[in-house]
Design a protein around this ligand. Structure first.
Ligand code: ATP
Length: 452
């Protein structure tokens, strides 16, 4: 491989020398600059594979350099060196697009790991995992444009990102994009639904186990951390982790080491952690259901996935894309969406967000006889069709009133739920998914509407 070049920016000669020696021993060529002005000159003169900059420079801040590199040399990864106790500035640098940060006094092992990852980032043209076609994160609304820009910046960093948003808003898709656009893209992206693992199997699922370590452990088995080594572990529904597991997870993240069940030795792992939940994690912390120390670890950077009802302008594009996806699955040409149907969709409140839109279109495409979907094909709630917006997702409030419209709406809901339950042979989890609502919402509605 050709020699890689690193630009070191620090005003302290001792630190510059330490970095030059450490990186030199890694076989890297270094150039140094003592301030912002010199750094920009060096950047103009030569081409680099990595820039390491101090955050405090005599003529400005390292964040200014991060900004400059983002604009002028977008393919160059930049990592920042922060003085001890200036976590906030380090996070600001990550948000500005820095790849990672190391704290002073420098931990050389950590520095070497950082440089290794950064150089993978600057290696041109590393393809994403080949077997999976990347799904785009669609939407032209300002909120989605903002998310895409932030995702592109966060992809270059190593920071943990916590994605908050309602069910079906695209949290997993956002996490995948962060992985796919970053230096870890050639390694696995491993999503795990923390709420779906039985508590007694959790430790073994995350950390693996050795043969014979418990009844049923008939062979050595690697865990999710090993599966994601070099890549990204996406902890979906992270609020559902039991407290005992939260302690173990925090340790694994802090130490960057895990111990498989039944093993006596710890093994090092290199995993970037992304997490998400539809719950309010801060409230979970306040209610003592989620450990504050783990919350701070996961939530270095927070991203909000906006609900679909707050970006109705995205619905036409999303609907067209989803209809194409459905048609491709069936080997057919996509159905068209009539104006009346589009308008009805834009009035709907989408408690299940993009996933609900997908389900509505899939159901409509299955049942529709022609090549164009009209409002009636969508089976939306009567109030939506009639243009009567109902607050939030709670259509069930309608069932408590006495008016003819209330009764009519309650009947409509009862019918839709019954149909979904029949279609899924009374599997409530699947029925909820089909209806684009959460399991809890379905249970609540069943009770409220008196469905046995
Ligand atoms: N902006 C988007 N562009 C294209 N497809 C999207 C977008 N947002 C969501 N989707 C699609 O909607 C579906 C749900 O998305 P995803 O699973 O990422 O949501 P989620 O927020 O993780 O859901 P949950 O909270 O239930 O786990 C997926 O099929 C995804 O591809």
């Amino acid at each position: 491989m050709s020699i890689r070049h690193v630009l070191i920016v620090d005003d302290e000669p001792d630190i510059r020398e330490l970095l030059e020696i450490t990186l030199g021993r890694m076989g890297l060529e270094t150039r140094s600059a003592g301030d912002l002005k010199e750094a920009t000159t060096r950047l103009r003169e030569g081409s680099f594979d990595l820039c390491l900059t101090d955050l405090r420079l005599p003529d400005g801040s390292g964040i200014q350099l991060v900004d400059f590199i983002q604009r002028q040399h977008p393919d160059l990864p930049v990592a920042v060196i922060s003085a001890h106790g200036t976590m906030e500035t380090a996070i600001a640098a990550l948000k500005a697009g820095a790849f990672d940060f190391v704290a002073k006094p420098l931990d050389l092992e950590r520095l070497r790991a950082l440089v290794g990852s950064a150089l993978r980032l600057s290696q041109d043209g590393a393809p994403a995992q080949p077997e999976r076609r990347r799904q785009p994160l669609l939407g032209d609304s300002p909120a989605m444009q903002n998310i895409r820009e932030t995702v592109a910046k966060l992809a270059r960093s190593q920071a943990p990102v916590y994605i908050h948003g309602e069910s079906g808003t695209g949290k997993e898709l956002i996490a995948r994009q962060i992985h796919d656009l970053g230096p870890r893209r050639t390694a696995p992206f491993v999503p795990v639904n923390c709420g779906a693992i039985p508590p007694e199997l959790m430790e073994s699922e995350f950390f693996g186990h050795l043969k014979g370590s418990f009844t049923g452990a008939s062979a050595d088995r690697p865990g999710l951390f090993q599966a994601a080594d070099g890549g990204t572990l996406f902890l979906d529904e992270v609020a559902d982790l039991p407290l005992a597991m939260q302690v173990k997870l925090l340790r694994a993240i802090q130490e960057r080491k895990i111990r498989p069940v039944g093993a006596s030795q710890e093994i090092p792992v290199d995993v970037r952690i992304l997490s998400a939940t539809h719950k309010n994690l801060a409230a979970e912390v306040a209610g003592n259901r989620f450990r504050q120390d783990l919350y701070f670890r996961l939530n270095v950077i927070e991203l909000q996935a906006p609900p679909l009802r707050d970006r109705v302008d995205d619905i036409p594009l999303l609907a067209a894309h989803l209809l194409e996806r459905i048609a491709a699955r069936w080997g057919q040409t996509p159905l068209a969406l009539a104006d009346d149907a589009l308008q009805a969709l834009q009035r709907h409140t989408f408690p299940g967000n993009v996933r609900e839109l997908e389900n509505i279109l899939e159901r409509a495409a299955t049942l529709c006889e022609g090549r164009t979907l009209h409002t009636t094909d969508l089976h939306l709630p009567a109030a939506t069709v009639a243009g009567i917006p109902l607050a939030g997702d709670d259509l069930t409030t309608a069932a408590t009133g006495d008016s003819a419209l209330d009764v009519h709406l309650a009947n409509q809901q009862r019918e839709a739920i019954r149909r979904a339950l029949e279609q899924t042979r009374w599997n409530k989890t699947q029925a909820a998914e089909l209806l684009g609502i959460s399991f809890r919402q379905l249970r609540y509605r069943l009770k409220k509407l008196g469905i046995e």
